[in-house]
Design a protein around this ligand. Structure first.
Ligand code: PGA
Length: 252
């Protein structure tokens, strides 16, 4: 059985004090609600906040993730943070291949594949992101683009490692734009992604993989999206910065 998951991606927002405050508030709102543990809740915070969040949040209720890791193991890579370092402070998840990393920081499919390897090696679970741009969708290339992102990322990854992966479909045109994909558009792509995973691995693996939708998910859009057969939750940016809004999405 695949897990229902709602993950928040804070991106480059909040001071340490604000971030820990937000995490604690979310934690207490969830303790007071019935939805504890289902869905699983993950907060992907800036590197500087991770250790404090791990220490101040109930690990049974909210899991902590980073938003990136280095593709290298260790050594002379000034400014980088390795998967081993992230794991060493008790973090469980890492977002890999977010479109903002692909767009602004040169994360190619090859680099993303190396980052995935580092995650598996260091016992971190990746939240792997894929998704097409507006132009690619308009040119009817969205299925090809998403397929090649997935195939290139996982072609060297064995099944035991893949099982630790969460996939997130995030159409670039929907991220931070307020323009959510319709439930039909999202379901269509999620079902396609499941078929690609079945091709690379097998039907059972594919059925057991959690595939999250991301891109302007809000309290209003979440429930329709999460009802879709192949949508197992969300990766939420903007709306995860307000504890009450995020809790509404979690309860959707
Ligand atoms: P958004 O971001 O919810 O603000 O659109 C989603 C994401 O980038 O993960």
């Amino acid at each position: 059985m695949r897990e229902k998951i709602v993950a928040g991606n804070w991106k480059m927002n909040t001071s340490l004090e604000e971030g820990v405050g937000l995490g604690k508030k979310l934690n207490s709102l969830l303790i007071d609600s019935e939805s504890v543990k289902n869905p699983k809740v993950i907060l992907c915070a800036p590197f500087t906040h991770l250790e404090s969040l791990v220490k101040s949040i109930n690990a049974e209720i909210v899991f902590i993730g980073s938003q990136n890791c280095s593709q290298f193991e260790s050594g002379a890579y000034t400014g980088e943070i390795s998967a081993k370092m992230i794991r060493s402070i008790g973090v469980d998840y890492v977002i890999v291949g977010h479109s903002e990393r692909r767009q602004f920081f040169g994360d190619t499919d090859n680099i993303i594949a190396l980052k995935l390897e580092q995650c598996y090696k260091n016992n971190l679970k990746p939240i792997f992101c894929c998704g097409e741009s507006l132009k690619e969708r308009q040119n009817h290339k969205h299925f090809d683009v998403v397929k090649s992102q997935i195939v290139n990322a996982f072609k060297q990854i064995d099944v035991a490692d893949f099982k630790k992966t969460i996939v997130a479909y995030e159409p670039v045109w929907a991220i931070g734009t307020g323009q959510t994909a319709s439930p039909e558009q999202a379901q269509e792509m999620h079902s396609f992604i499941r078929s690609i995973i079945a091709e690379i691995y097998d039907e059972t693996i594919s059925e057991n993989t959690s595939i999250l939708y991301g891109g302007s998910v809000g309290a209003a859009s979440a429930s329709e999206l999460f009802k879709c057969k192949d949508i197992d939750g969300g990766l939420v940016g903007g709306a995860s910065l307000k504890a009450e809004d995020f809790v509404k999405i979690i309860k959707s």
